[in-house]
Design a protein around this ligand. Structure first.
Ligand code: CU
Length: 699
């Protein structure tokens, strides 16, 4: 235990002696906006979407008061913040707090401790973050914390340039966007059973445009490899790039069209499951036999989506509103940068509702230096790099500005996680100028420096980030001993509109689970009480009989965890300790807060229950979460904050919903001072951290 604690302290560096309280006010309201050129009513934070960047220094305390001026309830979750000692600040309705009612407010007070890096915040009520209640959150690391840039810098000047680039890094919140409010989208899903994976556009920091695909590309939908006679990827996957090569002239092709003959197929081989085949060959109604020339099964709809194949009884493709697409000319996000700076740093987050993304920057290589807010060993790829980013995940990247001045597309495309696919890409512009060339209005968009296709596939010879090779910069090994508890969760779609993590669909408790046995959720079958101060292994795998075997971005609150391994099919071992090192990495696994469970596959994570709280564990695909794909994992039951359900009820004066007392007299969660409290915020730990940190180096 001492070793792990010491390692954590070392990894975190010293708490700043000048730790400050960073106060923010976030007002949730609504208004008309046209982020992709299509006007709709959106939710806003302080008049903008996404919300403002929340910044703090390592060791600071965040104090964010959320005023809910919407006519719906809300909460704000701080994705990835560990909430040590403040489990009631995690922002999950029914788990850690009562929702903030319309007209109410709530003050989130979060000591950040040793956390640093890039995070994000978002509504955790219903699917309102899809209506734009989301924003970036950045904790600047202590200057004394070791950086992972050494391999990139030969001189002091280069070191300075890298550090400066990191300081000036641009947060980039990538999202998918619907032209209908999330409530409307979800209600249609519940009614029809047709999964709403088809979005209208993708956005970078709230900017994008609708880019309709040319007809020939839509008709090349069979290039997605759908072949109901085989569980293997159909060889005709090449037909999509072929079609793209055969005459598409739309601007949306972005010159990809000329260079796609060696394109890699979409990454769906692993996901072509028996479930898909069963469904395709069953009585499920599919388009294709319309006399009016309607879509063939293998065609994409106007938005580039494979048509839904699963419906509630009595519904079919004809029950759905007709899918249409109209190009827009909304301005793209532009990121200006001076070439003389040498480097550009970006903090990327996939804040989408349903779309896994692939990201690339034309002509440039990205060096990933942090994953989910933790510095990692730098990973250089020689030619180029495409980053796959699951929903909720973050990457911080460093980009060497070694190309001529000009405008380069930063591309982000939806990438399939199963049989529901959409060919959609959007772009932001990185505008590189220098003292000699201030005029950069020429789009620099050459096929030979475009790394990926419209569908997010990396071209041949293009390197894709290896997500398994993301060892933390400061070694942070999982406990070596066998787990105290192994939980096997069988991820399952049991009905068109029901998704579960473990047997039963989650539903929100009336009284937050954190409030103990006064909560109706305390003994729910989706609340698991974990042993405290224990090593837990969670093995997730897709159920054999799941109606859909797509992948899932699984997020655990209150912890980072070691990703010991992922793979296809079921994990063929009863515990991770039985698996060989080629399958399970106990040496230098990634340490993150969101893991992508592969389509038709398994994922094994390990964490230590050292943080008393009620922690949500769920799929970050919004429609899955809303449809039950979540659990509450309680740890340290006897050490939970002393909050009574009565005093915290929003109808009680001074509680979270009180409009006149922002966070004032509500019962603040003060961690108990029991002897077995593992992470008190006492000065002793600060001193210990400082003493231990003397051996840490700047580089
Ligand atoms: Cu999911």
């Amino acid at each position: 235990m001492w070793t792990r604690t010491a390692a954590l302290l070392l990894a975190g560096g010293v708490f700043s002696a000048s730790a400050a309280t960073r106060a923010y006010n976030l007002t949730l309201h609504s208004g008309p906006r046209s982020p992709d050129g299509f006007a709709r009513h959106v939710y806003l934070i302080n008049g903008q979407q996404p919300g403002p960047l929340i910044e703090a220094d390592q060791g600071d305390t965040l104090e964010v008061t959320v005023f809910n001026d919407l006519d719906v309830e809300n909460t704000i979750h701080w994705h990835g913040l560990l909430q040590r000692g403040t489990p009631d600040m995690d922002g999950v309705p029914g788990v850690t707090q009562f929702a903030i009612p319309p007209g109410g407010n709530f003050t989130y007070r979060i000591p950040l401790g040793d956390q640093y890096g890039f995070y994000w915040y978002h509504s955790h009520f219903k699917s309102y973050y899809n209506d734009a209640i989301r924003g970036p959150l950045l904790i600047h690391p202590s200057p004394s914390l070791r950086r992972p840039f050494q391999s990139l810098a030969q001189t002091e000047a280069e070191k300075s340039a890298l550090l400066q680039a990191e300081t000036e890094a641009t947060p980039l919140l990538l999202a998918d966007w619907y032209h209908s409010p999330s409530n409307t989208v979800y209600q249609q899903y519940l009614r029809t059973g047709a999964f709403p994976s088809c979005v209208d556009s993708l956005l970078a920091n709230g900017h994008g445009r609708v880019q309709c695909l040319p007809n020939d590309l839509l008709m090349a939908g069979s290039g997605l490899g759908f072949d109901s006679t085989s569980t293997e990827m159909a060889s005709k996957t090449s037909s999509m790039p072929h079609a793209m090569n055969s005459g598409s002239t739309m601007a949306s092709c972005m010159n990809d069209c000329a260079t796609t003959t060696n394109a890699m197929p979409m990454n769906t081989a692993a996901s072509m499951s028996m479930a898909m085949v069963r469904r395709a060959m069953s009585a499920v109604e599919i388009p294709g036999d319309k006399s009016d020339g309607g879509m063939e099964m293998s065609s994409l709809n106007a938005l580039g989506c494979t048509p839904p194949m699963m419906f509630n009884p009595g519904y079919s493709i004809d029950s759905l509103p007709q899918v249409t697409c109209s190009n827009t000319t909304a301005p793209l996000l532009t990121i200006p940068v001076m070439r003389s700076h040498g480097w550009l740093a970006l903090h990327l987050v996939n804040a989408a509702a349903t779309s896994k993304m692939q990201v690339s920057l034309d002509a440039h290589t990205m060096f990933v230096f942090a994953a989910d807010g933790v510095y990692v060993e730098m990973q250089e790829v020689k030619i180029a790099q495409v980053l796959p980013i699951a929903i909720g995940q973050r990457y911080s990247v460093m980009i060497r500005l070694n190309q001529p001045p000009g405008q380069y597309y930063l591309r982000f495309a939806s990438y399939p996680v199963g049989d529901m696919q959409q060919v959609i890409q959007d772009q932001a512009i990185v505008d590189i100028s220098d003292e000699m060339h201030t005029d950069t209005d020429t789009a620099f968009d050459k096929p030979q420096t475009t790394w990926m296709l419209l569908n997010g596939s990396a071209k041949a010879q293009v390197s894709v980030l290896n997500e398994e090779k993301l060892a933390p910069l400061i070694p942070n090994m999982p406990p070596a001993a066998p787990a105290d508890l192994t939980k096997v969760f069988t991820i399952n779609q049991t009905d068109p509109v029901v998704w579960v993590v473990d047997k039963a669909p989650y539903s929100e408790a009336k009284t937050p689970v954190l409030y103990g046995n006064g909560s109706d959720g305390w003994t729910a079958n989706t609340t698991l009480h974990m042993p405290f101060n224990s090593t837990i292994d969670i093995i997730m795998q897709i159920a054999d009989d799941s109606m859909d075997t797509m992948g899932h971005p699984m997020h655990l609150h209150g912890h980072k965890f070691w990703i010991l391994g992922t793979g296809s099919g079921p994990l063929p071992f009863s515990s991770v300790m039985d698996a060989p090192t080629s399958v399970i990495n106990m040496h230098d696994p990634p340490y993150r807060d969101t893991v992508e469970l592969p389509a038709n596959g398994w994922a094994a994570i390990r964490y230590v229950t050292d943080n008393p709280g009620a922690w949500f564990f769920h799929c970050h695909m919004q429609w899955h979460l809303l449809s039950g794909m979540a659990l509450v994992l309680v740890e340290g039951d006897s050490l939970l904050p002393n909050i009574s359900a009565t005093s915290a009820d929003p109808s009680t004066p001074g509680a979270s919903g009180d409009t006149t007392m922002p966070g004032g007299s509500r019962p603040h969660a003060t961690a108990t001072n029991g002897a077995d409290q593992p992470f008190t915020r006492s000065g002793l730990l600060v001193v210990l951290a400082g003493m231990l940190f003397v051996c840490s180096r700047y580089w």
